[in-house]
Design a protein around this ligand. Structure first.
Ligand code: DGJ
Length: 718
């Protein structure tokens, strides 16, 4: 295997000589996929193939040349280009020719191919990067653009990736919504012309649409069948996906930063490195595509992706801004009593001149409110320590209320127009992270707290406003850099935090789930999926995020939204993600409290399967009145199945749930867990044994037609 690998490397490392002799192919391979490029007689680079892995080298030369891989503005293609550059002489054409390529192994199971292209008339270089995660069947692509013209060139378009697909039918699924209604999937066929999914919100970038899509080819994909490309971009800001079907029926997919109001002056020798675009391609439906992403994310991308996660008690839904020391200490006691790991103090603890007792003031002034916390955060970290829980704290360091000392002292740190009235989103404005002084300030919010209170063990980092009133005092004549430099500034800050506090877990929040991308997840261990914690809504929201993200990054809390549902139902839903509680635990009745304490224990025992196992979405909530999802560990000897009756109709016929991902030969013990104390009946209340084959072919009777209810079943290999 090793030998074969080094042979491939050697072949790829023979530079352009080979290409000149007969234009051989450049092949990016994973275990199951190949992406093939060829150089045409005209010296330009073409994408010849994307699909099942091709094993025979001799076949590659038979492939049709295909479509130019990274289409430039100003030449003979009549559709949307990947790149548009304005040179020093105002000529805006670009013609890229192949110069060289190399493939190298960058880590275990990771191979990077870099293809270098250049214009013969202008000194512009474009490097296309393709990083293959071989066993996860996932490819990461990004582009580096540079030049040696005398003065800056203007980049008007700068895609991370351009992919070409050829099929008679395309079906695009996007995930759109708003606050409290995130990631609602909708599927549409693509015909001639363009469909664009983008965002112009800047900071709270994904409020209306998530940065990922599914593209089914030939026919609509199901969970287990169909060809589907799943793609997402790692950029915590404005992104754009363009899907364009040309006159021949070819589909071009261009992904990158949204170039809207973002022309970039690129200095000579500066390298413009685009964000990463990641994609996988499955021939077995959406489920496999998701699992590819989940495995890759845990192994290579997410901060502490290979580590477990803490349960927590948050106070936001319970107390909102109304708390004091005594209250918080009693909540810590409850967290401990229920077996939770962290107590998380939310918004409302700071502001001296303008105490943050509601969301109209104080944001930006990160010192404790005397009336609420007379002994400061140290008192809370001490109390947490005494009670035996960790202490976490909420911040929103990129933002400012106009009514704050920060705004009074540094109005030039705030993104706002110098000559117009301000308008507000949630009564606040965004700090100008393109400004290094502001970066220092934002870094200092975390660093200051950690220095003063080193016992802080967790942060919830919120971001409630899009960029409004757009104008940077710092950028002056380079206003069109703001959307990009804002995000780069954010990463500078997060890099510093990660370097200084490498093991500090942090939750990313954006008024719910308006910041959910894989670049952010290099710095954050998890994200808040939605302020909507109605468990029924959460079944849909978590289903949506699970298309791309593994359960360990999707925070799910038990709250008192939708009290019509039982505490068991709410807890069962939250156990499918990173479990937390945000509810008045002392208000639970005795049975409910016993149930929750046991559920936390069960969750801790099942965490290795739920957080690190393979997820199979068995029954979609979008297709009926019931839904079910299961998780299976790598050894296929432990699984857990969640089943929910959402709004069953009276006496409705219900069908067995067929499991997936088990070993058909193996015998499994099946037993319901997470039962309410004194629960009676239930087909799997007592353990029963079935073969994996039976469980997958015949299934389990997990649904009922008797109202909104839920079941959790443990499957253990014998
Ligand atoms: C929005 C978040 O989504 C909530 O969870 C909470 O932290 C509030 N902000 C606090 O202002």
């Amino acid at each position: 295997m090793k030998k074969a690998f080094s042979l491939i490397i050697c072949l790829f490392c023979l530079p352009c000589l080979l290409l000149a002799a007969g234009t051989p192919s450049i092949k990016v391979d994973t275990d199951a996929l190949s992406l093939v490029f060829r150089v045409g007689d005209n010296g330009r680079l073409y994408q010849s193939y994307l699909g099942h892995r091709l094993h025979q080298q001799t076949d590659l030369n038979q492939l049709p040349l295909g479509t130019e891989a990274y289409i430039t503005h100003g030449m003979e293609d009549y559709f949307e280009p990947a790149i548009h550059v304005v040179h020093n002489d105002f000529n805006s054409s670009l013609l890229l020719k192949y110069v060289s390529h190399e493939t190298k192994r960058t880590a275990d199971g990771v191979e990077e191919t870099i293809i270098t292209l250049q214009d013969e008339k202008y000194p512009v270089t474009v490097k296309l990067h393709y990083v293959a995660y071989v066993h996860e069947n996932l490819i990461k692509t990004f582009t580096e653009i540079s030049h040696q013209e005398k003065k800056p060139v203007e980049l008007q378009k700068y895609a991370s990736s351009m992919l070409h697909l050829n099929n008679a039918h395309y079906f695009l699924t996007e995930f759109s919504g708003d606050w409290a209604e995130e990631v609602r999937p909708s599927t549409q066929p693509l015909y001639f012309g363009k469909k664009v999914i983008d965002t112009k919100l800047g900071s709270r970038a994904d409020m209306f649409v998530s940065p990922f899509f599914q593209l089914a080819l030939g026919k609509e994909a199901t969970e287990t069948e169909g060809e589907v490309l799943l793609g997402t971009i790692g950029w915590t800001g404005n992104f754009q996906f363009t899907f364009e079907v040309d006159q021949l029926g070819g589909l071009r997919v261009i992904s990158g930063i949204n170039p809207y109001a973002s022309a970039y002056q690129l200095k000579p020798d500066e390298v413009f490195r685009t964000p990463d675009f990641y994609f996988t391609y499955s021939y077995n439906g959406k489920g496999e595509a998701s699992r590819n992403f989940h495995r890759w994310a845990r192994r290579y991308q997410v901060k502490d992706g290979d580590k477990t996660r803490f349960t927590l008690l948050n106070n936001w839904e319970n107390t909102s801004f109304n708390f004091n020391e005594e209250k918080l200490v009693s909540l810590m006691g409850e967290a401990k009593d229920f077996g939770l790991d962290i107590f998380l103090l939310d918004d409302g603890w700071f502001g001296t001149k303008y105490p943050r007792n509601d969301d109209h003031q104080g944001l930006g002034d990160w010192t404790e409110i005397q009336e609420k916390l007379p002994h400061g955060v140290a008192y809370l970290t001490d109390a947490a320590k005494r009670q035996g829980v960790k202490f976490g704290i909420w911040i929103e360091p990129e933002m400012v209320n106009p009514k704050s000392e920060l705004y009074e002292k540094h109005p030039d740190w705030v993104i706002h127009l110098p000559n117009r009235d301000e308008y507000y989103f949630r009564n606040q404005l965004v700090l100008d992270l393109s400004n290094p002084q502001v970066q220092d300030f934002v870094f200092g919010v975390v660093d200051g707290l950690m220095t003063k209170y080193p016992e802080i063990a967790f942060f919830k980092w919120d971001c409630n406003s899009p960029i409004t009133n757009i104008y940077s005092y710092y950028l002056k004549e380079k206003q069109t850099h703001l959307y990009i430099d804002y995000v780069r500034g954010l990463y500078q800050v997060l890099d510093r935090i990660k370097a200084k506090y490498p093991t500090l877990p942090m939750m990313l929040c954006s008024g719910g789930g308006a910041r959910t991308d894989y670049e952010a997840l290099k710095y954050f261990t998890e994200f808040w999926a939605s302020d909507n914690t109605d468990p029924i809504e959460r079944l849909y929201i978590q289903w949506g995020y699970s298309q791309v993200f593994p359960s360990k990054v999707i925070c799910a809390h038990v709250t008192s939204w939708n009290r019509q549902t039982s505490i068991k139902f709410r807890t069962d839903v939250a156990m499918m993600g990173k479990l937390g509680f945000d509810i008045n635990l002392s208000g639970l009745n005795a049975d409910e409290a016993v149930f929750c304490k046991q559920a936390v224990k069960n969750y801790n025992a099942l965490k290795p399967v739920i957080l690190d196992g393979d997820m199979y979405r068995l029954v979609s909530p979008y297709e009926g009145n019931h839904t079910s999802t299961m998780y299976v560990n790598e050894g296929k000897d432990k699984a857990v199945v969640f089943a929910f009756d959402i709004h069953p109709r009276f006496s409705e016929a219900v069908y067995p749930v067929k499991l997936q991902g088990l070993d058909p030969q193996r015998q499994y013990r099946v037993q319901e867990t997470n039962r309410m104390p004194n629960a009676r009946g239930g087909q799997y209340a007592e353990p029963k044994t079935y073969s994996g084959e039976y469980l997958m072919q015949v299934g389990l009777n997990l649904f009922t037609a008797y109202g909104t209810s839920s079941r959790v079943v443990e499957i253990t290999g014998e």
